[in-house]
Design a protein around this ligand. Structure first.
Ligand code: MF3
Ligand code: CO
Length: 259
């Protein structure tokens, strides 16, 4: 069942989204060679708690982190660990915060120092594909229009779309209907209506689309061990163009400072 949010619920979602965006802005300050992913996780958790929120991933079906950590070939759901980031790595940090009963969800994949050109291009295209998906998310269109916009954009550039995981509705729960796949046909799936809040999150591989899930049931990596990128925004469907409720502005400001 897809919920249409009331104006009050939208306000609460907006606040949760601001918190998750600011959290990733804090994380961004720490992304550099020599830092462990556990440190990034601690930064995120403390920032969320200091701001009256709850780290929604922590303990979710037993997940052990505030952040999902996605280093290089890790697609999604990596655990924070004592792995030390190195120059040339990429690291996705996927975070959900709950604030006053509503959730905000966002993900950003960072370059750690200088990364090779091919990987840099993967990051750029994946990020652009997120905005292509968002542009397609107009009231009256369907989920398949978002899916198709993402897929077409990345496949034309030679990348592949992970099939096993997708975006989702969000609200009181971090995962609500509808599912928002990053591949599929235009004109299929649920109709988009004003007041829906959904997460669009392309997971895009440099090599083949195939993934492997670890023994622990969580961590997903590419089968060919080539890099994978992941960006995510929570958006609101409106009468007009969609409103992006999360923002990368805090991240970008932090990255400017880091230079
Ligand atoms: N943030 C992820 C998403 O985009 C979900 C995290 S899974 C969890 O849907 F178990 F870690 F919470
Ligand atoms: Co999500």
């Amino acid at each position: 069942m897809i919920f249409i949010k009331t104006p009050e619920e939208i306000e609460l979602t907006r606040a949760a989204c601001d918190l998750v965006s600011r959290t990733l802005g804090e994380v961004a300050k720490w992304v550099k060679p020599g830092v462990t992913t556990l440190k990034l996780d601690t930064i995120a958790r403390e920032f969320i708690l200091d701001n009256g929120g709850k780290p929604a991933c922590l303990g979710y079906h037993g997940f052990p982190g505030t952040l999902c950590i996605e280093v290089n070939e890790t697609v999604v759901h990596g655990f924070p660990s004592n792995y030390t980031l190195r120059e040339g790595d990429i690291v996705g940090t996927d975070c959900v915060t709950e604030l006053n009963g509503f959730n905000g969800d966002s993900c950003y994949t960072f370059a750690v120092g200088e990364v090779d050109e091919k990987t840099k291009a993967l990051l750029t295209t994946t990020r652009e594909s997120l905005y292509k998906g968002i542009e397609a998310a107009k009231a009256g269109k369907r989920i398949g229009d978002i899916s198709n916009a993402v897929q077409t954009y990345v496949e034309r550039r030679g990348y592949s779309v992970v099939r096993e995981m997708c975006g989702h509705g969000i609200g009181k729960s971090m995962h609500e209907d509808p599912e928002v796949p990053n591949y599929g046909r235009r004109g299929i799936g649920p109709v988009l209506k004003p007041g829906m809040t959904i997460c669009i999150e392309p997971m895009i591989n440099l090599g083949s689309k195939n993934i492997v899930i670890a023994q622990n049931g969580w961590e997903c990596r590419t089968r060919d061990r080539k890099p994978s990128a992941h960006y995510e925004h929570t958006i609101l469907i409106t009468d007009d163009v969609p409103e992006i409720l999360t923002t990368f502005d805090y991240i970008e400001a932090a990255l400017q400072e880091n230079r």
